[in-house]
Design a protein around this ligand. Structure first.
Ligand code: IPD
Ligand code: CA
Ligand code: CA
Length: 275
């Protein structure tokens, strides 16, 4: 059965995730002034989590588990060990409580709460709440993409020389950085500018509202992009793997997003093809 038959009107579900994201944004905003005194715990050599990530995630999960007890939960900090197969059946909630933790820990104002609802593995409801900017990007399947309640669209730029491209640098394992550097060289040679803001969910939201014309990153987790991919699609853009294959919202993947023309150009550029 499709999501329309199973879920009906998606707006109450959107209201729920918007409320959860707003509550988590409040937790993060309240903690921001004392960021220099926070304890960082290591998840990897250059990958940290703070009490704020955990508190924001707890706030979101308390609400979604109460309101959607039947949903499978994939959440970065406390419920990350969920098989892709279990996210493929029925309703699932995919949560990044604080996307852009490194930025947050340094007081660099680019971080967000990202929540997606999947049905049978595909995103159908999404919110990305940019905390310092207090911008809320929302989308529902077939219902379009909105920024603070107003419709938004991808850009109309088709000439790469006029394009602004977003990216995310590999950072967890840089032992083989050369392929990414080659991608970057090819992209930089063809466009107006490249930016690395440091929060993938906002990067995708930036594509959705036309600030970026396209975006790529070689390795992301579902909580980084499940909401953003729906924003981009509902704003008239494309979100795929770097190879142009369908993007799986249930497992780690590369991500390529953009308005249709710049998605095609950037895909060719990162794969080493024509520009
Ligand atoms: C990270 C950000 C970053 C991306 C990383 C992600 P986190 O998420 O989205 O932009 O380059 O790959 O892990 O760890 O800050 O939630
Ligand atoms: Ca993230
Ligand atoms: Ca995170």
């Amino acid at each position: 059965m499709g999501y329309q038959q199973e879920l009906g009107d998606l707006r109450p579900l959107l209201d729920l995730v918007v409320r959860a994201a707003r509550d988590a944004a409040g937790v993060i905003r309240e903690a921001a002034p004392r960021v220099r005194t926070l304890d960082w715990q290591s998840k990897g050599p250059v990958d940290f989590v703070s009490e704020v990530d955990l508190a924001a995630e707890a706030r979101i999960l308390a609400l979604v588990r109460k309101e959607l007890p039947e949903a499978t939960v994939l959440a970065e900090e406390t419920a990350a060990d969920v098989s892709p197969a279990s996210l493929q059946a029925g309703l699932a909630v995919v949560v990044d409580p604080l996307d852009g933790t490194t930025n947050f820990l340094h007081g660099y104002p680019e971080y967000a709460v990202s929540i997606a609802l999947l049905f049978d593995g595909e995103p159908v409801v999404a919110v990305v709440h940019d905390v310092p900017g207090d911008e809320r990007f929302t989308a529902t399947a077939g219902g379009g993409c909105h920024l603070n309640g107003l419709p938004c669209r991808v850009s109309a730029i088709t000439d790469p020389r006029r394009a602004l491209i977003g990216t995310g640098f590999p950072f967890k394992d840089v032992s083989d950085i050369a392929p990414y550097q080659a991608q970057m060289s090819r992209v930089m040679a063809g466009v107006s500018g490249v930016r690395r803001p440091g929060a993938a969910s906002i990067d995708l939201a930036s594509v959705a509202c036309g600030r970026f014309d396209a975006f790529w990153e070689t390795a992301l987790s579902p909580w980084d992009f499940a909401a953003g991919m729906l924003l981009v699609r509902e704003a008239g853009g494309l979100a795929t793997t770097l190879e142009g294959e369908p993007l799986p919202a249930t497992r780690a993947s590369s991500v390529l997003a953009g308005n249709p023309a710049m998605h095609a150009w950037l895909g060719a550029a990162v794969r080493g093809g024509e520009r």
